[in-house]
Structure formats: structure tokens, C-alpha cells
Design a protein around this ligand. Structure first.
Ligand SMILES: [Zn+2]
Length: 214
């Protein structure tokens, strides 16, 4: 297992092969798939126009990195047995985001309710946050209270689903329990955003650098 973790970390930290546009999810996950046994799907929304700003931020920025901090990578590895048991997959919507992209987002939407102020940085700029949802083994997403990047109160973690949509909140709670069990905390206003506790202590960056796996 340790060898597997080390292999994963080295692959992640070196960077993945270029991420395809969202319509090609298979091409987007070759490295992760080889390590995680097909439990993770990458659907990098900021590499498409399918996001709150309708802007492909990562294409022009040549983002081809599947990067999270080693601490986050280790925690994510712990999810695999549970995902296998439940016949589920994790869908990544975002992980490391360069600070220069954060500035571009801020220029479009200079509102801290929606976009983290680049003066302080997002925990995504630290490689310490991941945006994600759950999917069935065939890739079908589980129903959740909102879509990604919703700015509605229904995206908050304490939103109570109406009785006929109860399953959405149950799925949200399942995701939360899986992620908190392996050491992440959830953002109260975004059910899909998970980060390492104390993430602010890590520096923001504009690109990742290769580190030795701990
Ligand atoms: Zn996030």
C-alpha cells in the first residue's frame, strides 16, 4: 500500500497528462485511473465554459496538473476501500487552482460571496481543497441539493431538503461523512468543497512544484 501511495503521490506531483475538455472524461483521468482502479473521475469544470463565469479559465492557463498537497492526496487514497464497498466513484470538479486564475475569476466576479479574494487566496490556490461529488460506477452523478458552483442557500450544508427530494440531502450527507472520515472539512456554504483543516497555513501558488513523496 505504501508503494501505491508513493506511486500516486509522485505521479500527482509531477502532474497528469493534459486534461481533456469536459466532454472527454476518460482522457482526463489516465493517471488517477491507473492508481485508483477507476474510482475517481475528473470533470474539471474550469477547463470548460460549464461554470459560473461561462469561461474556460484553465485552457488558456495551460493547466494540465492533477495536483493536491501530499497531505490531501494521502487522505484521498483512504477513500478507495469505502468507494469500492459502496460501488461509488468520486467526481473531481476542481483541485489545485493557480493564483493567476484566481485573479482572472476575481476580475470577472469581484464579489467575495462567490469568488475567494485573491489578495488572501482560495485554499484551492494552496492545493489544499477539492471540489467533488459522487457518482455511480457507470459515471451517473448522484443527485445533490444543487449543481456545482450554485450560489443559492440550497448549496449550504444545513439546507433541509423537502420530503420529495430527501435523497439529495442524504447523498450530500454521505459525501460529507466519507470526506470527513478521511480528514477533510466541508465549507458550510458549498456542499462540494472540502479542504484540509488549517489549510490557510499553506502558501498559495501559481503552479505546482515537484516534491518527494513523504
Ligand atoms: Zn472549492
Amino acid at each position: 500500500m505504501r508503494g501505491l501511495v508513493a506511486a500516486f503521490l509522485s505521479l500527482v506531483l509531477v502532474g497528469c497528462t493534459p486534461i481533456a475538455r469536459a466532454s472527454s472524461p476518460v482522457a482526463a483521468v489516465p493517471v488517477l485511473e491507473s492508481v485508483f482502479g477507476n474510482r475517481f473521475i475528473v470533470d474539471l469544470r474550469y477547463h470548460t465554459a460549464d461554470n459560473f463565469a461561462k469561461t474556460d479559465f484553465y485552457g488558456p492557463a495551460h493547466i494540465d496538473s492533477c495536483f493536491v498537497l501530499p497531505e490531501a492526496a494521502r487522505a484521498l487514497m483512504k477513500l478507495v476501500p469505502e468507494l469500492q464497498k459502496r460501488k461509488l466513484k468520486i467526481v473531481f470538479w476542481d483541485y489545485f487552482r493557480p493564483i493567476s486564475v484566481q485573479w482572472k475569476m476575481w476580475k470577472l466576479v469581484p464579489d467575495p460571496r462567490y469568488v475567494a479574494d485573491p489578495h488572501t487566496g482560495s485554499n484551492h490556490n494552496r492545493g489544499a481543497a477539492v471540489d467533488m461529488t459522487l457518482a455511480h460506477e457507470d459515471g451517473t452523478r448522484l443527485e445533490m441539493p444543487t449543481a456545482f458552483d450554485s450560489f443559492e442557500p440550497t448549496a449550504h450544508g444545513d439546507y433541509v431538503c423537502p420530503p420529495n427530494e430527501k435523497v439529495r440531502c442524504e447523498n450530500r450527507e454521505l459525501l460529507k461523512s466519507l470526506m470527513t472520515k478521511v480528514g477533510f472539512e466541508v465549507l458550510p456554504t458549498e456542499w462540494w468543497h472540502f479542504q484540509l483543516p488549517g489549510a490557510e497555513k499553506y502558501p498559495v501558488g501559481d503552479r505546482f512544484e515537484k516534491k518527494n513523496a513523504p
